[in-house]
Design a protein around this ligand. Structure first.
Ligand code: SF4
Length: 384
């Protein structure tokens, strides 16, 4: 019975007319669903790709990446045949690069274990590298209409408000209760639309700040709206402290080409490329850090030869300020024969055109963009 809400909801018993809730939500979704490229098909390869991209990325931002990725890798076989550098380059800027590496691993599993056909069962989908419980539920329900829930951050927020949850939703116990509640609420006949409708409601109406309750299709079922607590839900644990880090790196050239090195497997950002450099030690200037890091990482004695730019990047807990310099080798050494690799898997000397084909972590990618538009670059390359 819509409107008759009770505190039993706090125990995850949906104390309202569940079929009426489903009808209200699905009716709203059929009239308001956004036209997104991955919604124009039920091809599980497309659904999977979109779900992996959307794991840590805003919808608007993912659209361009999704279209470019599909244009280059239209099916599982083409992705399986791709090199890591090319996949990472197409992913550059999306962050959380383990997702891109897991795409390649999953493509291998699909080719070897499933003969190239995307797996159909929830369990087989869940077994793919990079696929967690939410993603498996989303793919199985959207691609195959399998009646399994898919509880992402948007859905969790909607549930926390519908139930007026005062406990932190990021605790495992509450999370489990929410997943049980999701199973109860799921429309078993149209899991595909129902799961997408809940996510869409969280994205468009039940927004993190200032939920638009007056436009909400399920407002009459919502306990937080009734109690005036919507903006105070969901409750989360305090955010971890932000850590600020200063780094320095150096761009070296030899015979008109730039030195780049590939980050080691097992390090942060494995397989991405960078200019040698690292974190400033206590009391060190960026220039001093640059000289020390180059010596430690490549064995080469270098001196700074002008600042290129200072670039800033944000990661979940970190705010990084990167000081980028031109540098030159000391003592008349030929860098192409004198360098060693102490902290990288591979190094190359590449032209300013070729460097565009390599994937860098976001700070270095910004520095590359600054470098390629720097009016001093041609003279720097000519003098090398
Ligand atoms: Fe969210 Fe408001 Fe709708 Fe409740 S009524 S689900 S708080 S938008």
């Amino acid at each position: 019975m819509p409107g008759k809400l009770s505190s039993a909801q706090a125990e995850n018993a949906w104390a309202f007319d569940v079929p009426a809730f489903r009808r209200a939500l699905l009716g709203w979704f059929s009239a308001n669903a956004r036209d997104l490229p991955w919604r124009r098909t039920l091809d599980p390869y497309h659904v999977w790709l979109s779900e992996i991209m959307l794991q840590q990325t805003q919808m608007d931002r993912a659209v361009g990446y999704f279209e470019r990725f599909l244009e280059r890798f239209p099916d599982m076989a083409s992705l399986d045949a791709a090199g890591e550098d090319e996949v990472l380059k197409l992913w550059e800027g999306l962050g959380y690069y383990s997702r891109a590496r897991n795409l390649r691993k999953a493509a291998r599993v699909v080719m070897e274990r499933h003969g190239g056909a995307f797996p159909r069962t929830h369990a087989d989908i869940r077994d793919l590298p990079g696929v967690g419980p939410y993603t498996a539920g989303a793919i199985a329900s959207v691609a195959y209409n399998t009646p399994v829930p898919a509880v992402d951050a948007n859905v969790l927020r909607v549930f926390a408000r519908l139930l007026d949850m005062a406990d932190p939703v990021d605790s495992p116990a509450v999370r489990r209760r929410m997943e049980a509640a999701a199973e109860e609420l799921l429309d078993p006949h149209d899991a595909r639309s129902f799961n997408q409708a809940l996510m869409e409601l969280g994205a468009l109406i039940c927004a993190p700040r200032k939920p638009r309750c007056e436009a909400c299709p399920v407002r009459e079922f919502c306990l937080a709206r009734q109690r005036g607590t919507a903006e105070a839900r969901p409750v989360t644990k305090p955010a971890p402290e932000i850590i600020r880090i200063d780094m320095a790196c150096g761009v070296l050239a030899s015979r008109g080409r730039l030195f780049i090195q590939k980050r080691r497997q097992g390090d942060v950002w494995p397989g991405l490329w960078e200019f040698p450099g690292g974190v400033l030690e206590q009391g060190e200037s960026p220039e001093q850090a640059l000289v020390r890091e180059w010596r430690e990482e490549t064995g080469l004695p270098v001196a700074p030869a002008g600042k290129i730019a200072v670039v800033r990047s944000s990661y979940t807990r970190y705010r990084i300020t990167m000081h980028g310099f031109y540098c030159r080798v000391e003592n008349g050494l030929d860098p192409e024969s004198a360098y060693c690799l102490n902290e990288a898997d591979e190094a190359r000397f590449v032209t300013a055109e070729e460097i565009k084909r390599f994937a860098f972590p976001s700070g270095h990618a910004r520095l590359v963009a600054k470098l390629l538009t720097d009016l001093r670059l041609d003279a720097f390359l000519l003098a090398s």
